[in-house]
Design a protein around this ligand. Structure first.
Ligand code: G3I
Length: 381
């Protein structure tokens, strides 16, 4: 493993953060660090997608219909920076399937068209998940489950065939669960209860049959930190990928969700880097999906917060982009104006969260610089 380039990117931060923080920040990055560059300087005027593309990497973000249709300033910032659009919610069953016999592509088609119009790739999230499902899905039985699943995947994947880059075929089969099963699979989900772990294999085969050209991805979270849960989740994901390959399921990539926390000091560069190498060693590509950095436990001071968030982006990306199998970096939104963390992970002092590359005022933050710097320092694919 090459450490020299990454070492040059290790930006000291522990001492800087110190006082007033809810967490002990002294080891945020986990390694001894040098003085941080105060302003995360970037060279030139290129956008994030251009900097990424120069290294053979795709940069993109999740966007939702409501924000992109109603907020033209935001839409402009989004299109300027993103080479790929991921619908945040519009391709989930709850959005697409008002009833068992209906498919409503209105909002997802608008997003696909918006992506095309602005030269962005379009990516599908997600064909199977334990959340955001319509009420009627609860009526599915062991007798018709496979047919319901295949019909959904076949229809949706064919609808976008030829205009989609990749699909998150199955999302979070492991992450959310603290299951004591050896394989850590989330066994209380409806699909698991009806079809056992075969639902994962069935989903990949249905997607591959419907569009042989789309990149098919298994996407999961809680894979980033050096905690008992994340360590087990990484091991479980590797086993699941092996199992899928042993079943001849068409799987081409792993999506590693990057919901990071700037106050969490448990990022272990070596463990994470080794994990990426193992995935790459299986012949799979890697997409860094759903990247954002929570500032929930940081002090209120804007400057301190923005630097800590930027530092987290830069350290994470500099480690991850060292792996050439990583082909895409996708943030979970572009501006703090629209982020799920506002509702799902608010600050106790009620201050607006500052977690994405652009602020709620649509001005670039240091997080933008940090991402740009990571692309500029990344090896070419
Ligand atoms: O669309 C309805 C709308 O009709 C209704 O009026 C409104 C009232 O609450 O709710 C709307 O649905 C919300 C939807 O977002 C669209 O805004 C849901 O309540 C809300 O739960 C949903 O949250 C999304 C969440 O996934 C669940 O689907 C977040 O925006 C989205 O960022 C989040 O994304 C997930 C990834 O898909 C998977 N990985 C974790 C990630 C974060 O939780």
């Amino acid at each position: 493993m090459k450490l020299s380039r990454r070492q040059t990117l290790q930006l000291g931060f522990g001492a800087f953060l110190g006082a007033g923080c809810a967490h002990d920040m002294s080891q945020v990055t986990g390694l001894a660090l040098s003085e941080p560059p105060k302003d995360f300087p970037v060279k030139g005027q290129l956008s994030l997608k251009q900097r990424a593309a120069a290294k053979g990497i795709i940069f993109g973000a999740a966007g939702n219909y409501q924000a992109l249709t109603q907020d033209t300033d935001y839409a402009q910032v989004f299109a300027e920076n993103c080479g790929m659009l991921v619908p945040e919610n519009e391709l989930k069953w709850a959005a697409l399937r008002p009833s068992p016999d209906r498919f409503d592509f209105t909002s997802s088609d608008w997003l696909a068209q918006f992506a095309k119009q602005h030269g962005m790739l379009f990516r599908g999230h997600t064909l199977v998940w334990n959340q955001s499902n319509p009420e009627w899905l609860k009526d599915t039985t062991a007798q018709n489950a496979e047919q319901v699943l295949i019909k959904h995947i076949d229809t949706v994947v064919k609808h976008y065939a030829g205009r989609i880059h990749s699909w998150d075929v199955v999302n979070e089969a492991i992450a959310a669960d603290w299951s004591k099963r050896d394989d850590r699979l989330h066994f209380t989900t409806q699909w698991f209860k009806l079809l056992d772990k075969n639902y994962i294999d069935i989903a990949f085969k249905a997607a591959g049959a419907a569009d042989p050209n789309a990149m098919l991805v298994y996407n999961d979270g809680y894979l980033n930190y050096d905690t008992p849960h994340d360590n087990e989740a990484r091991a479980a994901v590797l086993k699941l990928l092996e199992w899928l390959k042993s079943r001849n399921a068409p799987i081409h990539a792993l999506g590693v969700q990057g919901h990071l926390d700037a106050a969490d000091k448990r990022f272990n560069q070596k463990k994470f880097r080794d994990f990426l190498s193992e995935v790459a060693g299986m012949g799979l590509k890697i997409l860094l999906t759903e990247l954002d950095v929570s500032d929930r436990y940081l002090p209120a001071d804007l400057e301190v917060r923005d630097r800590a968030v930027a530092q987290t982006y830069e350290e994470y990306l500099s480690v991850a982009l060292d792996e050439r199998a990583v082909i895409a970096v996708l943030t979970w939104g572009m501006s703090d104006r629209y982020t799920w963390l506002t509702n799902y992970s608010p600050r106790s002092d009620k201050l607006p969260v500052r977690v994405l590359p652009y602020g709620a005022d649509l001005r670039r933050k240091l997080a933008w610089n940090a991402i740009a710097r990571a692309f500029d320092a990344a090896p070419k694919r």
